[in-house]
Write a protein that binds this ligand. Structure first.
Ligand SMILES: [Zn+2]
Ligand SMILES: [Zn+2]
Length: 416
């Protein structure tokens, strides 16, 4: 068996790992989105594809496996439904920008008809392999994939994005024993702040804004962060002043259909019942009158209603960034005091902003803990910057693991 890294190695984005054995197994096939779209390397003769979760950097290019073949597809149901929402949206954006389309609706439809809906912890068979998906604790439906060879019992585990620590709607990742561990390394260099203490601090700040008649604006990613922030507003009694707008609404409606994949289902249900859904310009104007919390896409201010809101906030308002802001996005510009690019014109944001680290990824200590408890012979550090993955692999080697940090295009050989 050998493993080829098609993308997402020494970088975050366009994840794609091709396991080449008697059959070719593809783990994730995503895109990297900033100013333009980057794709992973071509995957030859895929027999089965496994999608860890719906975020586009893991799912965005997966329909393309149906260009010249008819492989099996494994994913949880919420992953496929949420991926459908995000991929359809990115097809629309491509059309609007007149960019070359490399993912087509017909392929997406084939994928949705073809996939095996996986339940957490249940075993499935594909040819000579036992296949299972376990809760990754990252977003709704996110999974850690196990591929075990029947012939020799060797286990390959791919974490995708994961978080061990619990979130309001996520119960935390399962640690799965492995021989070869393909591990995300986004935060290999640091631990996250204490979440509850941070949430309370942010809520205090939001409450002050709301009480002063301002708008607390939270630009959020449609999948994951929107639902988590919705639940947070409910938990701290702010839900009746909260509005939700943009793709965040559609994503939340999908998550609601999969209560078995949500921890704290009642909290989410209550939040969905009480939050104000922005359906018209009148609702939006109402939300902007102040004394309100607005959850809206896009999380990096690169599109969606967030760009309309941000130009219309009153002087008592504040912007709360709760997610990672990729370079070359408006969110990144805001953080660096630069004007935003809104439809080609520059906009100087006068509203103050603040940043909170509500990451849905494991921090440094939990990454080390995962390796220790999974106890593999070989660890492959992916989904991180070149510096982070290299240093992390070095640390793990010092702890006695055979650890590597590959680059895109590399092929490694596995002893089974
Ligand atoms: Zn993710
Ligand atoms: Zn990712």
């Amino acid at each position: 068996m050998d493993i080829k890294f098609l993308g997402g190695a020494g970088e975050v984005g366009r994840s794609g790992i091709l396991v080449r054995d008697r059959k070719n197994l593809l783990l994730d096939y995503g895109v990297k989105v900033d100013d333009h779209t980057e794709y992973p390397l071509h995957a030859d003769r895929v027999d089965a594809c496994f999608v860890s979760h719906a975020h586009l950097d893991h799912s965005g290019y997966s329909p393309a496996v149906y260009t010249d073949g008819f492989p099996d597809m494994f994913a949880t149901s919420p992953t496929m439904k949420l991926a459908e929402l995000l991929i359809e949206d990115s097809i629309k954006i491509h059309r609007r920008k007149h960019e070359h389309e490399r993912v087509h609706k017909a392929q997406l439809k084939t994928m949705l008809n073809r996939y095996t809906p996986c339940d957490y912890g249940k075993e499935y068979q594909f040819e000579d392999y036992k296949v299972a998906m376990y809760d990754a604790g990252h977003i709704c439906g996110s999974a850690i994939t196990l591929i075990e060879k029947y012939s020799n019992g060797k286990r390959l585990v791919y974490t995708g994005d994961f978080k061990i620590e619990r979130q309001l709607l996520e119960g935390g990742a399962e640690i799965v024993k492995s021989d070869v561990l393909l591990l995300e390394s986004t935060y290999a260099n640091k631990d996250h702040p204490d979440r509850e203490e941070m949430a309370e601090r942010m809520i205090g700040e939001i409450r002050e804004i709301v009480d002063n008649g301002g708008v607390a604006m939270l630009p959020v990613f449609a999948v994951g962060r929107s639902q988590e922030m919705l639940a947070l507003m409910d938990k701290y009694g702010l839900i009746d002043s909260t509005y939700i707008d943009g793709m965040a609404k559609a994503a939340t409606e999908i998550v609601e259909q999969y209560p078995e994949f949500v921890k704290n289902e009642n909290l989410l249900k209550d939040a969905i019942r009480r939050v104000q859904w922005v359906e018209s310009p009148r609702n939006r104007a109402h939300a902007l009158e102040g004394g309100s919390v607005i959850l809206t896409t896009s999380g990096m201010l690169n599109g969606g209603p967030a760009l309309d809101y941000i130009t219309r906030l009153n002087r008592h308002s504040k912007i709360f960034l709760t997610g990672y802001q990729v370079e070359d996005t408006n969110g990144h510009r805001l953080m660096n005091g630069l004007p935003l690019d809104i439809d080609g014109r520059q906009f100087h944001v006068k509203t103050p902003f603040t940043v909170y680290d509500f990451s849905a990824h494991a921090g440094k200590s939990d990454l080390h803990r995962y390796v220790k408890e999974s106890n593999p012979e070989t660890v492959v550090c992916v989904h991180g910057s070149p510096e982070n993955t290299a240093l992390f692999a070095e640390d793990l080697r010092q702890e006695g693991f055979n650890a590597i940090a590959p680059k895109v295009g590399d092929v490694i050989s596995v002893g089974f």
